[in-house]
Design a protein. Structure first.
Length: 323
């Protein structure tokens, strides 16, 4: 057996071992999440049953006290019937009957407030579990971080790239760059690195910008003319417009309601699963996912810093390392 074959076998064995290890970690995280959820339901159920028992005991105590009072008053009335002092009888009757007995009732209805409290607790726990799931998901995808470097051969002439290929911004002056069939007419640029299998993740700082596009594009994306960002045209992106309008560019754009403005966005791709996911790195929250996609060619990280808007959108997109 040749050394190359032996090396390949070892690589496959190592890959299987690593995959098994990662799968066990995923199982452990899943079990922990569902265990927390089950415990929450059990706790809410226990608290609800305890509250209902306390309400039943309170109702029984109320009924018992009313019965005792009625018996006491009945005894007093019987004692009054044996006296000849009619004025005293009238005074005592008035005193005994000053309570409106028709308004007294034992509440036999279910107290819905306790049910609402239980549901509110479940909703709170769901939110906590969702946050935990997002954190677990982001921690998982960060393991597939890649070193992204911009490809100057694809950059629109108005884009300014840093010497290390880690930053891109839009300038006011068209640069003198060589003609290249890979170069975009649109204000965008691709990474040098392309992927035709497996998983990869990269992170971009978008702080201080009013407009940007981030995502991935297939190798055959149209380089000349306008680009309509959508999966049909080979682009999977989340974009920012007008400082606070976040959109996922499906065939019909999907508006994203975000509680905070992301300052760093993580992009994760699982080629075989047909998945492209976006994360707010700072809040460790999930922004959006394209699912059930079919990839048949190489995918490249795709970026657009968008025009600088007379300085309002001049901050660069910065590709930061994943710790």
């Amino acid at each position: 057996m040749t050394q190359d074959r032996i090396k390949k076998i070892k690589e496959i064995q190592h890959s299987l071992k690593l995959k098994k290890k990662n799968r066990e970690k995923e199982k452990s995280s899943s079990v922990e999440l569902f265990t927390d959820l089950i415990r929450c339901f059990e706790r809410c159920q226990s608290e609800q049953l305890k509250m209902m028992e306390e309400q039943q005991k309170a109702a029984e105590k109320q009924a018992e006290d009313l019965i005792k009072e009625l018996k006491r008053r009945n005894t007093e009335l019987e004692q009054l019937s044996d006296t000849d002092d009619h004025l005293h009888i009238i005074q005592m009757c008035a005193s005994l009957d000053n309570k409106n007995w028709t308004e007294i009732r034992i509440d036999s209805d279910v107290n819905v407030n306790s049910l609402y409290r239980a549901l509110a607790q479940l909703k709170k726990t769901k939110q906590e579990l969702n946050e935990k799931l997002n954190q677990t998901g982001l921690k998982f995808v960060q393991k597939f971080a890649v070193d992204v470097t911009l490809d100057p051969d694809t950059a629109n002439p108005y884009l300014i790239l840093s010497d290390d290929g880690k930053q891109v911004s839009h300038g006011d002056v068209k640069q003198d760059v060589p003609e290249n069939p890979k170069r975009f007419d649109a204000i965008c640029v691709l990474a040098k690195q392309g992927f035709s299998s497996g998983r990869f993740y990269y992170k971009v700082q978008v702080k201080g910008k009013t407009d940007w596009d981030l995502g991935v594009a297939r190798e055959s994306i149209n380089r000349k003319g306008k680009i309509r960002p959508s999966p049909e045209d080979g682009v999977w992106t989340v974009i920012l417009r007008n400082e606070n309008q976040y959109l996922a560019c499906e065939r019909s754009p999907v508006s994203l309601s975000l509680k905070v403005k992301p300052e760093k966005v993580g992009v994760f791709v699982d080629y075989e699963e047909g998945l492209v996911s976006f994360y707010d790195v700072e809040s460790r929250s999930h922004l959006y996912s394209y699912t059930g996609q079919t990839f048949t060619e190489k995918l490249y990280p795709y970026f657009s810093p968008f025009p600088n808007g007379k300085g309002k959108n001049s901050n660069p997109l910065i590709f930061t390392p994943v710790s």
